[in-house]
Write a protein that binds this ligand. Sequence first.
Ligand code: TRP
Length: 477
Amino acid sequence: MVATASAQAGEQGWSSRTAFILAAVGAAVGLGNIWRFPTLAGENGGGAFVLVYLVCVLLIGLPLMLSEFVVGRAGQSDAIGSVQRVADESRVSRRWSIFGGIEILAGFLILSFYSVVAGWVLYYIWLSGGDFFGNLFAGEALRGAFSDLGQDAVSGMMGDLFASPGRLILVHALFMTATIAIVASGVHDGIEKAATWLMPAFFFLLLGITIYGAFTGDFGRAVTFMFTPDFSKLTAPVMNEALGQAFFSLSLASGALITYGAYVARDVNLAPTAATISLADTAVALIAGLMIFPIVFAVGLDPSVGPALIFQSLPVAFQTMPGGSLIGLLFFVLIFFAALTSSISLLEGPTAWAIDRFGLRRPAAAVMLGLGAFVIGIACALGYNVWADVRPLGFWDIFADADILDTIDGFTGKLMLPLAGLLMSIFVGWKADRRLVEVQTGLSGGLFVLWRFLVAWLCPIAVALILLFGLFPQLLG
Ligand code: TRP
Protein backbone atom coordinates (compact mmCIF):
# COMPACT_ATOMS: atom_id res chain seq x y z
CA MET A 1 0.00 0.00 0.00
CA VAL A 2 1.14 3.50 -0.80
CA ALA A 3 1.89 5.70 2.16
CA THR A 4 -0.75 8.39 1.76
CA ALA A 5 -0.33 11.85 3.17
CA SER A 6 -3.10 11.08 5.58
CA ALA A 7 -1.54 7.83 6.67
CA GLN A 8 1.75 9.60 7.25
CA ALA A 9 -0.03 12.18 9.33
CA GLY A 10 -1.99 9.47 11.08
CA GLU A 11 1.19 8.28 12.73
CA GLN A 12 1.09 11.50 14.66
CA GLY A 13 -2.49 12.56 14.03
CA TRP A 14 -3.93 15.21 16.28
CA SER A 15 -2.77 14.50 19.79
CA SER A 16 -6.20 15.18 21.28
CA ARG A 17 -9.64 16.49 20.52
CA THR A 18 -8.60 19.87 21.88
CA ALA A 19 -5.60 19.94 19.59
CA PHE A 20 -7.81 19.15 16.63
CA ILE A 21 -10.29 21.88 17.57
CA LEU A 22 -7.51 24.41 18.01
CA ALA A 23 -5.95 23.54 14.70
CA ALA A 24 -9.30 23.73 12.94
CA VAL A 25 -10.11 27.02 14.66
CA GLY A 26 -6.65 28.18 13.65
CA ALA A 27 -7.49 27.33 10.05
CA ALA A 28 -10.89 28.95 10.26
CA VAL A 29 -9.87 32.15 12.03
CA GLY A 30 -7.74 34.27 9.80
CA LEU A 31 -7.91 37.08 7.32
CA GLY A 32 -11.42 35.92 6.51
CA ASN A 33 -12.60 37.19 9.88
CA ILE A 34 -10.46 40.26 10.36
CA TRP A 35 -10.09 41.46 6.79
CA ARG A 36 -12.64 39.89 4.44
CA PHE A 37 -15.69 39.98 6.70
CA PRO A 38 -15.50 43.72 7.54
CA THR A 39 -14.59 44.51 3.94
CA LEU A 40 -17.61 42.71 2.52
CA ALA A 41 -19.98 43.88 5.25
CA GLY A 42 -18.82 47.43 4.51
CA GLU A 43 -19.24 47.06 0.76
CA ASN A 44 -22.64 45.44 1.02
CA GLY A 45 -24.36 47.83 3.37
CA GLY A 46 -23.87 46.13 6.73
CA GLY A 47 -26.88 44.66 8.53
CA ALA A 48 -28.58 42.76 5.72
CA PHE A 49 -25.28 41.17 4.72
CA VAL A 50 -24.45 40.25 8.31
CA LEU A 51 -27.87 38.71 8.83
CA VAL A 52 -27.66 36.53 5.73
CA TYR A 53 -24.12 35.61 6.69
CA LEU A 54 -25.22 34.39 10.12
CA VAL A 55 -28.12 32.40 8.67
CA CYS A 56 -25.77 30.83 6.12
CA VAL A 57 -23.27 29.84 8.80
CA LEU A 58 -25.93 28.20 10.92
CA LEU A 59 -28.08 26.45 8.34
CA ILE A 60 -25.58 25.73 5.56
CA GLY A 61 -22.03 26.16 6.85
CA LEU A 62 -22.32 24.15 10.03
CA PRO A 63 -24.08 21.12 8.46
CA LEU A 64 -21.58 21.13 5.60
CA MET A 65 -18.60 21.39 7.93
CA LEU A 66 -19.80 18.22 9.61
CA SER A 67 -20.24 16.64 6.17
CA GLU A 68 -16.63 17.39 5.27
CA PHE A 69 -15.32 15.88 8.49
CA VAL A 70 -17.51 12.84 7.93
CA VAL A 71 -16.23 12.30 4.40
CA GLY A 72 -12.64 12.76 5.54
CA ARG A 73 -12.83 10.37 8.44
CA ALA A 74 -14.73 7.78 6.45
CA GLY A 75 -12.42 8.13 3.44
CA GLN A 76 -9.07 8.46 5.26
CA SER A 77 -7.39 10.33 2.43
CA ASP A 78 -7.13 13.74 0.73
CA ALA A 79 -10.13 15.69 -0.58
CA ILE A 80 -10.41 13.65 -3.80
CA GLY A 81 -9.27 10.26 -2.49
CA SER A 82 -11.64 10.39 0.48
CA VAL A 83 -14.66 11.03 -1.71
CA GLN A 84 -13.64 8.22 -4.04
CA ARG A 85 -13.39 5.78 -1.19
CA VAL A 86 -16.73 6.79 0.27
CA ALA A 87 -18.21 6.51 -3.24
CA ASP A 88 -16.77 3.01 -3.62
CA GLU A 89 -18.14 1.89 -0.30
CA SER A 90 -21.51 3.38 -1.18
CA ARG A 91 -21.45 1.82 -4.69
CA VAL A 92 -21.90 5.09 -6.53
CA SER A 93 -19.80 6.66 -9.24
CA ARG A 94 -16.34 7.89 -8.36
CA ARG A 95 -17.08 10.94 -10.49
CA TRP A 96 -18.56 12.54 -7.39
CA SER A 97 -15.01 13.27 -6.37
CA ILE A 98 -15.18 16.18 -8.83
CA PHE A 99 -16.23 18.36 -5.92
CA GLY A 100 -13.07 17.34 -4.10
CA GLY A 101 -11.17 18.52 -7.18
CA ILE A 102 -12.96 21.87 -7.19
CA GLU A 103 -12.13 22.17 -3.49
CA ILE A 104 -8.43 21.59 -4.00
CA LEU A 105 -8.26 24.04 -6.87
CA ALA A 106 -10.19 26.62 -4.84
CA GLY A 107 -7.82 26.20 -1.89
CA PHE A 108 -4.87 26.73 -4.20
CA LEU A 109 -6.36 29.88 -5.73
CA ILE A 110 -7.37 31.28 -2.34
CA LEU A 111 -3.82 30.76 -1.11
CA SER A 112 -2.50 32.87 -3.98
CA PHE A 113 -4.27 36.07 -2.95
CA TYR A 114 -4.34 35.22 0.74
CA SER A 115 -0.58 35.44 0.81
CA VAL A 116 -0.67 38.84 -0.88
CA VAL A 117 -3.00 40.24 1.77
CA ALA A 118 -1.00 38.59 4.54
CA GLY A 119 1.97 40.40 3.01
CA TRP A 120 0.22 43.70 3.71
CA VAL A 121 0.02 42.60 7.34
CA LEU A 122 3.76 41.97 7.31
CA TYR A 123 4.31 45.44 5.90
CA TYR A 124 2.30 46.90 8.76
CA ILE A 125 4.34 44.91 11.25
CA TRP A 126 7.38 46.52 9.71
CA LEU A 127 5.87 50.01 9.86
CA SER A 128 4.53 49.73 13.39
CA GLY A 129 7.65 47.93 14.56
CA GLY A 130 9.81 50.80 13.31
CA ASP A 131 7.50 53.27 14.98
CA PHE A 132 7.45 51.40 18.28
CA PHE A 133 11.19 50.92 18.54
CA GLY A 134 11.71 54.51 17.49
CA ASN A 135 9.50 55.63 20.36
CA LEU A 136 11.18 53.21 22.71
CA PHE A 137 14.64 54.58 22.02
CA ALA A 138 13.27 58.08 22.39
CA GLY A 139 12.15 57.04 25.86
CA GLU A 140 8.48 57.28 25.00
CA ALA A 141 7.48 53.68 24.71
CA LEU A 142 3.87 54.36 25.54
CA ARG A 143 3.13 56.86 22.82
CA GLY A 144 0.37 56.30 20.30
CA ALA A 145 1.36 54.93 16.93
CA PHE A 146 2.58 57.34 14.26
CA SER A 147 1.68 60.18 16.57
CA ASP A 148 3.56 62.78 14.56
CA LEU A 149 1.52 62.00 11.46
CA GLY A 150 -1.96 63.26 10.69
CA GLN A 151 -4.92 60.94 10.31
CA ASP A 152 -4.96 61.27 6.55
CA ALA A 153 -1.30 60.39 6.32
CA VAL A 154 -1.88 57.29 8.42
CA SER A 155 -4.84 56.05 6.44
CA GLY A 156 -2.88 56.91 3.30
CA MET A 157 0.03 54.57 4.13
CA MET A 158 -1.79 51.82 2.31
CA GLY A 159 -1.65 53.84 -0.90
CA ASP A 160 2.17 53.95 -0.80
CA LEU A 161 2.30 50.21 -0.46
CA PHE A 162 -0.15 49.61 -3.30
CA ALA A 163 1.83 51.86 -5.58
CA SER A 164 4.98 49.79 -5.17
CA PRO A 165 5.10 46.43 -7.00
CA GLY A 166 8.48 45.67 -5.45
CA ARG A 167 7.31 46.03 -1.87
CA LEU A 168 4.08 44.15 -2.50
CA ILE A 169 5.89 41.24 -4.08
CA LEU A 170 8.59 41.19 -1.41
CA VAL A 171 6.17 40.87 1.50
CA HIS A 172 4.10 38.35 -0.45
CA ALA A 173 7.26 36.31 -1.04
CA LEU A 174 8.17 36.40 2.64
CA PHE A 175 4.79 35.18 3.72
CA MET A 176 4.65 32.42 1.12
CA THR A 177 8.13 31.26 2.08
CA ALA A 178 7.05 30.87 5.70
CA THR A 179 3.96 28.94 4.64
CA ILE A 180 5.90 26.59 2.38
CA ALA A 181 8.61 26.02 4.97
CA ILE A 182 6.13 24.90 7.62
CA VAL A 183 4.09 22.66 5.33
CA ALA A 184 7.25 21.14 3.85
CA SER A 185 8.53 20.12 7.25
CA GLY A 186 5.32 18.39 8.24
CA VAL A 187 2.54 20.36 9.75
CA HIS A 188 1.22 18.80 12.82
CA ASP A 189 3.47 19.68 15.67
CA GLY A 190 4.01 23.13 14.29
CA ILE A 191 0.39 23.97 13.68
CA GLU A 192 -0.78 22.46 16.90
CA LYS A 193 1.71 24.35 19.01
CA ALA A 194 1.23 27.63 17.21
CA ALA A 195 -2.53 27.37 17.45
CA THR A 196 -2.50 26.44 21.12
CA TRP A 197 -0.57 29.52 22.13
CA LEU A 198 -1.40 32.10 19.58
CA MET A 199 -5.12 31.77 19.14
CA PRO A 200 -5.94 32.60 22.79
CA ALA A 201 -3.51 35.53 22.77
CA PHE A 202 -5.08 36.76 19.58
CA PHE A 203 -8.55 36.51 21.04
CA PHE A 204 -7.67 38.55 24.13
CA LEU A 205 -6.02 41.31 22.18
CA LEU A 206 -8.97 41.43 19.82
CA LEU A 207 -11.36 41.83 22.73
CA GLY A 208 -9.17 44.44 24.37
CA ILE A 209 -8.91 46.59 21.26
CA THR A 210 -12.63 46.24 20.68
CA ILE A 211 -13.41 47.47 24.17
CA TYR A 212 -11.02 50.37 23.71
CA GLY A 213 -12.65 51.17 20.38
CA ALA A 214 -16.08 50.99 21.98
CA PHE A 215 -15.16 53.86 24.27
CA THR A 216 -13.27 56.01 21.83
CA GLY A 217 -15.01 55.27 18.53
CA ASP A 218 -18.56 55.58 17.29
CA PHE A 219 -19.76 52.29 18.73
CA GLY A 220 -23.45 53.04 18.47
CA ARG A 221 -23.28 53.76 14.80
CA ALA A 222 -21.24 50.63 14.23
CA VAL A 223 -23.81 48.48 16.00
CA THR A 224 -26.61 50.05 13.98
CA PHE A 225 -24.64 49.53 10.80
CA MET A 226 -23.92 45.90 11.51
CA PHE A 227 -27.18 44.78 13.06
CA THR A 228 -29.95 46.82 11.51
CA PRO A 229 -30.77 45.08 8.27
CA ASP A 230 -31.91 47.33 5.48
CA PHE A 231 -33.78 44.81 3.42
CA SER A 232 -33.73 46.99 0.33
CA LYS A 233 -30.00 46.17 0.20
CA LEU A 234 -30.70 42.45 0.20
CA THR A 235 -30.17 41.60 -3.45
CA ALA A 236 -29.28 38.19 -4.83
CA PRO A 237 -25.62 39.16 -5.35
CA VAL A 238 -25.41 40.31 -1.72
CA MET A 239 -26.80 36.96 -0.58
CA ASN A 240 -24.32 35.19 -2.81
CA GLU A 241 -21.50 37.22 -1.32
CA ALA A 242 -22.66 36.38 2.22
CA LEU A 243 -22.94 32.68 1.40
CA GLY A 244 -19.45 32.71 -0.09
CA GLN A 245 -18.09 34.49 2.97
CA ALA A 246 -19.64 31.84 5.24
CA PHE A 247 -17.82 29.16 3.23
CA PHE A 248 -14.59 31.13 3.13
CA SER A 249 -14.51 31.96 6.80
CA LEU A 250 -15.32 28.43 7.94
CA SER A 251 -12.66 27.12 5.52
CA LEU A 252 -15.32 25.03 3.83
CA ALA A 253 -15.06 23.52 0.39
CA SER A 254 -11.41 24.36 -0.04
CA GLY A 255 -9.77 21.01 0.52
CA ALA A 256 -8.73 21.46 4.13
CA LEU A 257 -11.52 20.07 6.27
CA ILE A 258 -11.84 16.74 4.48
CA THR A 259 -8.09 16.36 4.82
CA TYR A 260 -8.25 17.29 8.51
CA GLY A 261 -11.18 14.94 9.07
CA ALA A 262 -8.94 12.09 7.97
CA TYR A 263 -6.50 12.93 10.75
CA VAL A 264 -9.10 12.83 13.55
CA ALA A 265 -9.26 9.89 15.94
CA ARG A 266 -12.30 7.62 15.73
CA ASP A 267 -13.52 8.42 19.20
CA VAL A 268 -13.84 12.16 18.65
CA ASN A 269 -17.46 13.19 18.32
CA LEU A 270 -17.51 15.27 15.16
CA ALA A 271 -20.82 17.12 15.53
CA PRO A 272 -20.06 19.14 18.68
CA THR A 273 -16.59 19.74 17.31
CA ALA A 274 -17.99 21.31 14.15
CA ALA A 275 -20.35 23.41 16.27
CA THR A 276 -17.53 24.68 18.46
CA ILE A 277 -15.39 25.64 15.48
CA SER A 278 -18.23 27.47 13.74
CA LEU A 279 -19.16 29.33 16.88
CA ALA A 280 -15.60 30.46 17.59
CA ASP A 281 -15.11 31.56 14.00
CA THR A 282 -18.33 33.53 13.92
CA ALA A 283 -17.63 35.19 17.25
CA VAL A 284 -14.25 36.40 16.00
CA ALA A 285 -15.79 37.82 12.82
CA LEU A 286 -18.45 39.73 14.72
CA ILE A 287 -15.97 41.07 17.25
CA ALA A 288 -13.69 42.13 14.41
CA GLY A 289 -16.59 44.06 12.90
CA LEU A 290 -17.28 45.71 16.25
CA MET A 291 -13.61 46.58 16.50
CA ILE A 292 -13.28 48.11 13.05
CA PHE A 293 -16.53 49.92 12.28
CA PRO A 294 -16.55 52.23 15.35
CA ILE A 295 -13.19 53.55 14.15
CA VAL A 296 -14.31 53.73 10.54
CA PHE A 297 -17.26 55.91 11.49
CA ALA A 298 -15.45 57.96 14.10
CA VAL A 299 -12.83 59.11 11.62
CA GLY A 300 -15.22 59.43 8.71
CA LEU A 301 -13.83 56.68 6.51
CA ASP A 302 -16.05 55.18 3.84
CA PRO A 303 -17.01 51.62 4.94
CA SER A 304 -17.25 50.51 1.32
CA VAL A 305 -13.67 51.25 0.24
CA GLY A 306 -12.88 47.57 -0.23
CA PRO A 307 -9.76 45.58 0.69
CA ALA A 308 -7.84 48.53 2.15
CA LEU A 309 -10.51 49.13 4.83
CA ILE A 310 -8.89 47.57 7.89
CA PHE A 311 -5.44 48.83 6.98
CA GLN A 312 -6.78 52.36 6.84
CA SER A 313 -8.90 52.27 9.96
CA LEU A 314 -6.90 50.29 12.50
CA PRO A 315 -3.71 52.37 12.46
CA VAL A 316 -5.88 55.40 13.12
CA ALA A 317 -7.17 53.75 16.30
CA PHE A 318 -3.64 52.94 17.37
CA GLN A 319 -2.70 56.59 16.90
CA THR A 320 -4.81 57.84 19.77
CA MET A 321 -4.51 54.80 21.96
CA PRO A 322 -2.16 55.06 24.93
CA GLY A 323 0.63 52.63 24.15
CA GLY A 324 -0.81 52.44 20.64
CA SER A 325 2.50 51.88 18.94
CA LEU A 326 3.06 48.74 21.00
CA ILE A 327 -0.52 47.48 20.77
CA GLY A 328 -0.57 48.10 17.05
CA LEU A 329 2.60 46.12 16.61
CA LEU A 330 1.30 43.25 18.73
CA PHE A 331 -1.98 43.24 16.93
CA PHE A 332 -0.49 42.99 13.46
CA VAL A 333 1.82 40.26 14.70
CA LEU A 334 -1.16 38.28 15.90
CA ILE A 335 -3.08 38.81 12.65
CA PHE A 336 0.03 37.51 10.96
CA PHE A 337 -0.07 34.34 13.05
CA ALA A 338 -3.80 33.93 12.49
CA ALA A 339 -3.14 34.23 8.76
CA LEU A 340 -0.25 31.79 8.94
CA THR A 341 -2.25 29.07 10.72
CA SER A 342 -4.78 29.46 7.89
CA SER A 343 -2.38 29.61 4.97
CA ILE A 344 -0.63 26.47 6.15
CA SER A 345 -3.94 24.63 5.98
CA LEU A 346 -4.65 26.15 2.60
CA LEU A 347 -1.43 24.72 1.25
CA GLU A 348 -1.85 21.45 3.13
CA GLY A 349 -5.00 20.45 1.19
CA PRO A 350 -3.42 20.56 -2.29
CA THR A 351 -0.14 19.21 -0.90
CA ALA A 352 -1.78 16.16 0.66
CA TRP A 353 -3.46 15.49 -2.68
CA ALA A 354 -0.22 15.81 -4.67
CA ILE A 355 1.54 13.44 -2.28
CA ASP A 356 -1.23 10.85 -2.51
CA ARG A 357 -1.80 11.22 -6.23
CA PHE A 358 1.72 11.47 -7.60
CA GLY A 359 3.70 9.91 -4.80
CA LEU A 360 5.67 13.12 -4.41
CA ARG A 361 7.67 13.75 -1.31
CA ARG A 362 6.11 16.29 1.01
CA PRO A 363 8.73 19.05 0.56
CA ALA A 364 8.64 18.74 -3.22
CA ALA A 365 4.86 18.92 -3.31
CA ALA A 366 4.70 21.88 -0.93
CA VAL A 367 7.36 23.85 -2.81
CA MET A 368 5.83 23.29 -6.24
CA LEU A 369 2.30 24.17 -5.23
CA GLY A 370 3.44 27.09 -3.07
CA LEU A 371 5.46 28.51 -5.94
CA GLY A 372 2.50 28.15 -8.28
CA ALA A 373 0.29 30.09 -5.89
CA PHE A 374 3.07 32.64 -5.46
CA VAL A 375 3.15 33.36 -9.18
CA ILE A 376 -0.61 33.90 -9.34
CA GLY A 377 -0.28 36.14 -6.29
CA ILE A 378 2.24 38.30 -8.15
CA ALA A 379 -0.42 39.01 -10.74
CA CYS A 380 -2.76 40.06 -7.92
CA ALA A 381 -0.12 42.44 -6.55
CA LEU A 382 0.52 43.96 -9.97
CA GLY A 383 -3.21 44.50 -10.27
CA TYR A 384 -2.84 47.43 -7.87
CA ASN A 385 -0.32 49.28 -9.97
CA VAL A 386 1.08 48.17 -13.34
CA TRP A 387 -2.03 46.21 -14.26
CA ALA A 388 -4.49 48.47 -12.47
CA ASP A 389 -6.76 48.57 -15.50
CA VAL A 390 -6.95 44.83 -15.99
CA ARG A 391 -10.40 43.36 -15.36
CA PRO A 392 -9.95 39.61 -15.96
CA LEU A 393 -13.67 38.83 -16.06
CA GLY A 394 -14.77 42.28 -17.16
CA PHE A 395 -17.32 40.83 -19.60
CA TRP A 396 -19.36 39.39 -16.71
CA ASP A 397 -21.38 42.11 -15.04
CA ILE A 398 -20.87 40.93 -11.44
CA PHE A 399 -17.09 40.98 -11.99
CA ALA A 400 -17.03 44.04 -14.22
CA ASP A 401 -15.26 46.30 -11.68
CA ALA A 402 -13.05 43.64 -10.13
CA ASP A 403 -9.26 43.98 -10.35
CA ILE A 404 -7.12 40.84 -10.44
CA LEU A 405 -7.17 40.08 -6.71
CA ASP A 406 -10.88 40.82 -6.41
CA THR A 407 -11.61 38.62 -9.40
CA ILE A 408 -9.82 35.57 -8.02
CA ASP A 409 -11.29 36.25 -4.59
CA GLY A 410 -14.79 36.70 -6.02
CA PHE A 411 -14.61 33.77 -8.42
CA THR A 412 -13.53 31.35 -5.70
CA GLY A 413 -15.85 32.78 -3.03
CA LYS A 414 -18.97 33.41 -5.03
CA LEU A 415 -18.72 30.50 -7.40
CA MET A 416 -16.27 27.69 -6.64
CA LEU A 417 -16.87 27.27 -2.92
CA PRO A 418 -20.68 27.25 -3.10
CA LEU A 419 -20.58 24.99 -6.16
CA ALA A 420 -18.38 22.43 -4.42
CA GLY A 421 -20.63 22.72 -1.36
CA LEU A 422 -23.70 22.11 -3.49
CA LEU A 423 -22.24 18.94 -4.99
CA MET A 424 -21.02 17.78 -1.60
CA SER A 425 -24.45 18.20 -0.05
CA ILE A 426 -26.02 16.08 -2.79
CA PHE A 427 -23.31 13.48 -2.37
CA VAL A 428 -23.53 13.27 1.40
CA GLY A 429 -27.29 13.75 1.55
CA TRP A 430 -28.30 11.37 -1.24
CA LYS A 431 -25.49 9.26 -2.59
CA ALA A 432 -23.29 8.19 0.28
CA ASP A 433 -24.32 5.13 2.24
CA ARG A 434 -26.57 6.31 5.04
CA ARG A 435 -25.23 3.98 7.72
CA LEU A 436 -21.63 4.81 6.87
CA VAL A 437 -22.41 8.49 7.28
CA GLU A 438 -24.53 8.16 10.39
CA VAL A 439 -21.84 6.33 12.34
CA GLN A 440 -19.32 9.07 11.59
CA THR A 441 -21.52 12.00 12.59
CA GLY A 442 -22.03 10.74 16.10
CA LEU A 443 -25.54 12.17 15.88
CA SER A 444 -28.60 10.13 16.65
CA GLY A 445 -32.35 10.51 16.77
CA GLY A 446 -33.85 13.88 16.00
CA LEU A 447 -30.54 15.67 15.61
CA PHE A 448 -29.43 13.26 12.92
CA VAL A 449 -32.74 13.69 11.11
CA LEU A 450 -32.39 17.45 11.32
CA TRP A 451 -28.81 17.41 10.05
CA ARG A 452 -29.75 15.10 7.22
CA PHE A 453 -32.65 17.30 6.25
CA LEU A 454 -30.39 20.35 6.14
CA VAL A 455 -27.75 18.56 4.08
CA ALA A 456 -30.09 16.72 1.72
CA TRP A 457 -32.74 19.38 1.17
CA LEU A 458 -32.03 22.83 2.47
CA CYS A 459 -28.37 23.11 1.40
CA PRO A 460 -28.75 21.97 -2.20
CA ILE A 461 -31.88 24.00 -2.84
CA ALA A 462 -30.75 27.18 -1.09
CA VAL A 463 -27.24 27.09 -2.52
CA ALA A 464 -28.50 26.36 -6.03
CA LEU A 465 -30.94 29.26 -5.91
CA ILE A 466 -28.43 31.69 -4.44
CA LEU A 467 -25.86 30.70 -7.04
CA LEU A 468 -28.28 30.98 -9.91
CA PHE A 469 -29.66 34.40 -9.03
CA GLY A 470 -26.47 35.70 -7.46
CA LEU A 471 -24.37 34.99 -10.51
CA PHE A 472 -27.07 35.94 -13.01
CA PRO A 473 -29.06 38.69 -11.29
CA GLN A 474 -30.62 39.67 -14.63
CA LEU A 475 -32.78 36.53 -14.36
CA LEU A 476 -34.77 38.35 -11.70
CA GLY A 477 -35.42 41.14 -14.16
N1 TRP B 1 -10.97 30.44 6.79
C1 TRP B 1 -9.79 31.15 6.43
C2 TRP B 1 -9.93 32.57 6.94
O1 TRP B 1 -10.97 32.96 7.37
C3 TRP B 1 -9.55 31.15 4.95
C4 TRP B 1 -9.68 29.82 4.32
C5 TRP B 1 -10.52 29.46 3.34
C6 TRP B 1 -8.96 28.66 4.64
N2 TRP B 1 -10.38 28.17 3.01
C7 TRP B 1 -9.44 27.64 3.81
C8 TRP B 1 -7.98 28.40 5.58
C9 TRP B 1 -8.92 26.36 3.90
C10 TRP B 1 -7.50 27.14 5.67
C11 TRP B 1 -7.95 26.12 4.84
O2 TRP B 1 -9.01 33.32 6.90
